[in-house]
Design a protein around this ligand. Structure first.
Ligand SMILES: [Zn+2]
Length: 342
């Protein structure tokens, strides 16, 4: 696990032990600022990003880069939890304050709910979490059960993965699978085999953190293949462009998985610009950076594109349970549609 890391660790929850870590990207000299006009007018949907660990600056930059909606999967918070109440507060924040905060920066916020694989290994706590999960998965804006699956591929992880697959089936929700960093290929195959064993239609399952080794099998078996563009790891966006060139856009989606590690909340717009530079069509870019995520998670019945497809109205004077994002003396950003200008 990550207890022994004393240096900066690239996102332990998603990618560990990457032998290619810290390799310089091939085109480090290409500046985002010089190329962001390539994607002007495009809209993006990030189906995997942990905003609870991101800042206001990130929300503003994402909004400016064209991200109109996102999905925040429930995940490990970076240290072991001491009790059930922290799960309750965390799940409540995903449908509460964080969703509100996102709305204040013009981004529609959805989430997936689940017990993550790492914490499935604390069985006494996992049992209690399973009891409260049904209270959260039916809430408005919950578009799936996730991120669930394997981390160390232990028997306890398998047990709670299976239980949550049943929960997803019962609630008619898509499943968002986190595939492990170690033994990724084996873990990915096992995750898919178990989902099929539970009678889940692969078109309801988004298999995440793919790479070149796993993508073919995931697509061949009818699952959605999500790719996480994350610095210092195996999946950089130049390689992502090659995957799209090889496999086309069908059932492929990209995400940033940005969290409290060294990650990039603009991974999707940047990859879109790179795809555009490399001659990939606008329609293919639209599918892998926007539409496919909506089609996959939209099976939940919780996504109404009219909420964000032509921009998302922001009123920064709004409050959540009496609390605003504004602090003493700050003025809300002007409401564009308002007749009164002040
Ligand atoms: Zn994640």
């Amino acid at each position: 696990m990550c207890a022994n890391h004393t240096e900066i660790t690239p996102n332990p929850s998603h990618f560990e032990d990457s032998e290619e870590a810290n390799q310089a990207p091939a085109h480090r000299d290409i500046a985002w600022n010089d190329y962001k006009d390539l994607i002007k007018g495009m809209r993006f949907f990030d189906p995997h990003i942990h905003m609870v660990s991101r800042t206001t600056d990130d929300y503003q930059a994402m909004n400016q880069a064209g991200i109109v909606a996102l999905i925040e999967p429930a995940f490990w918070v970076g240290q072991p939890r001491t009790g059930l109440s922290t799960f309750k507060d965390y799940y409540s924040s995903l449908v509460g304050w964080e969703r509100f905060r996102s709305s204040q920066f013009g981004i529609k916020h959805y989430c997936t709910m689940g017990l993550n694989s790492r914490e499935a290994n604390n069985e006494p706590l996992a049992e209690q979490v399973m009891e409260i999960l049904p209270l959260y998965i039916y809430k408005e804006g919950v578009v799936g059960v996730g991120e669930i699956g394997f981390d160390d591929q232990t028997p306890a992880e398998e047990k709670y993965y299976r239980l949550q697959l049943e929960l997803a089936k019962e609630a008619k929700l898509p499943v968002q699978i986190h595939t492990p960093h170690r033994d990724k290929k084996k873990g990915t195959e096992r995750s898919m085999a178990i989902a099929l064993e539970h009678g889940i239609d692969p078109s309801w399952v988004i298999v995440d953190h793919n790479n070149e080794e796993t993508v073919k099998s995931v697509l061949d078996q009818g699952f959605w293949a999500a790719f996480t563009i994350y610095p210092f790891t195996k999946m950089g966006n130049e390689r992502m462009v090659k995957v799209v060139e090889q496999y086309g856009p069908e059932r492929i989606m990209i995400n940033s998985a940005a969290d409290w590690g060294i990650s990039d909340p603009l991974a999707i717009p940047k990859t879109a610009a790179l795809m555009k530079m490399r001659g990939i069509s606008d329609e293919t870019i639209r599918l892998v950076t926007y539409q496919n995520a909506i089609d996959a998670f939209g099976k939940s019945g919780q996504i109404d594109v009219s909420d964000f497809e032509s921009g998302y109205a922001v009123d920064q004077s709004a409050k959540f349970h009496g609390n605003s994002i504004l602090r003493g003396g700050q003025q809300p950003a002007p409401v564009k549609d308002s007749l009164v200008i002040n």
